[in-house]
Design a protein around this ligand. Structure first.
Ligand code: 1GP
Length: 249
C-alpha cells in the first residue's frame, strides 16, 4: 500500500528534505509528450505528480490520471482549479482555500458544494492554505480567482496569512506565483513564511532553473512544484530533481 501523501511530505519536512512535484496540466500535454515526461520523472525520482489547472477546457483529467497510474508509481495529487476537478483515480486532492484573497467562494463556498461529493471517494483530502503571490504579470489563477495576489515584496503579509491559515487548521501552505509567472516567489518570502509556520510549505510558479529551485528549497520550501519549465524542456527534470534533492544536504 502506498504511504499517505501528507505523511510523505511531513516526513520530508522532519528529515529536512525537499520534494519535487511535476505539475501536469491535462489540457496542455499532448499524449506522446506526456509519456516521455512521465518516463523522465520516473528516472529522476520525482516525488509527486500534481494534476490540474486553473482553467481546464477539455475533459482530460481522468485519462491523464489513468495514464500516469499506468506508467508510474509516483503518487498523484489533484491540484484543482475548480470543483469540477475531482477524481478517485488520484491518490490525494489538495482541498484549497485561497487565503491570500477575499473571495468567499474560494474560502468556503466551493468547499460546501464539493465536500459531500468528496466524502464517499477513496481519496486522501489535504486541507491547504493557498496563497497567490504576484509574479510580475497577471496569471490565469490570479484572473480566474478574482482576487488580488499578495505583493511580491511583502513577505510580512505572506507570513501573517500563512500563520492564520495554520491556526485555522490548514495542513499545508502553498505559495504560488501562478503558472508561467515571470518571477517565482522570493527566497526572502519563503524564509519568512518558514519562520512563521510549522506546516509544510509548497512553492510553485515560474521556477525555471536548478539554481532557483535549490535556493527556494534552502530557504524553506518542503515541496517545489514545476510545470511550464518541464513542459518546455523535459531535460530539466533530471537536473532540477538533483538540485532539489541535494539542496539541504
Ligand atoms: C502553478 O505552481 C504551479 O500553479 C507551477 O507553475 O507552471 O510556472 O512551473 P509553473
Amino acid at each position: 500500500m502506498k504511504p499517505l501523501v501528507y505523511d510523505t511530505i511531513l516526513n520530508a519536512r522532519k528529515e529536512n528534505r525537499t520534494l519535487l512535484a511535476l505539475l501536469i496540466d491535462p489540457d496542455k500535454e499532448n499524449w506522446n509528450h506526456l509519456e516521455e515526461v512521465i518516463g523522465l520523472a520516473n528516472q529522476a525520482d520525482v516525488d509527486l505528480c500534481f494534476v490540474g489547472g486553473s482553467l481546464l477546457t477539455q475533459n482530460n483529467l481522468e485519462s491523464c490520471l489513468d495514464q500516469i497510474r499506468i506508467e508510474s508509481d509516483i503518487p498523484t495529487v489533484i491540484f484543482p482549479g475548480s470543483i469540477q476537478q475531482i477524481s478517485e483515480t488520484a491518490d490525494a486532492l489538495l482541498f484549497l482555500s485561497v487565503i491570500s484573497g477575499r473571495n468567499p467562494e474560494l474560502l468556503i463556498g466551493n468547499h460546501v458544494v464539493s465536500a459531500p461529493l468528496l466524502k464517499p471517494l477513496d481519496i486522501e483530502i489535504i486541507s491547504t492554505g493557498y496563497m497567490i503571490i504576484d509574479g510580475g504579470k497577471p496569471t490565469t489563477v490570479s484572473y480566474i480567482s478574482n482576487t488580488h495576489p499578495i505583493p511580491h515584496n511583502k513577505p510580512d503579509i505572506a507570513a501573517a496569512t500563512a500563520l492564520a491559515g495554520e491556526m485555522i487548521g490548514m495542513k499545508l501552505i502553498y505559495l504560488d506565483c501562478g503558472s508561467g509567472a515571470d518571477q517565482p516567489v522570493s527566497e526572502e518570502m519563503v524564509g519568512r513564511v518558514r519562520l512563521a509556520v510549522e506546516a509544510p510549505i509548497i512553492v510553485g510558479g515560474g521556477i525555471k532553473s536548478p539554481e532557483k529551485a535549490a535556493a527556494l528549497a534552502k530557504a524553506g520550501a518542503d515541496v517545489i512544484v514545476i510545470g511550464n519549465a518541464f513542459e518546455n524542456d523535459s531535460s530539466l527534470i533530471a537536473s532540477i530533481s538533483e538540485a532539489v534533492h541535494q539542496a539541504k544536504k
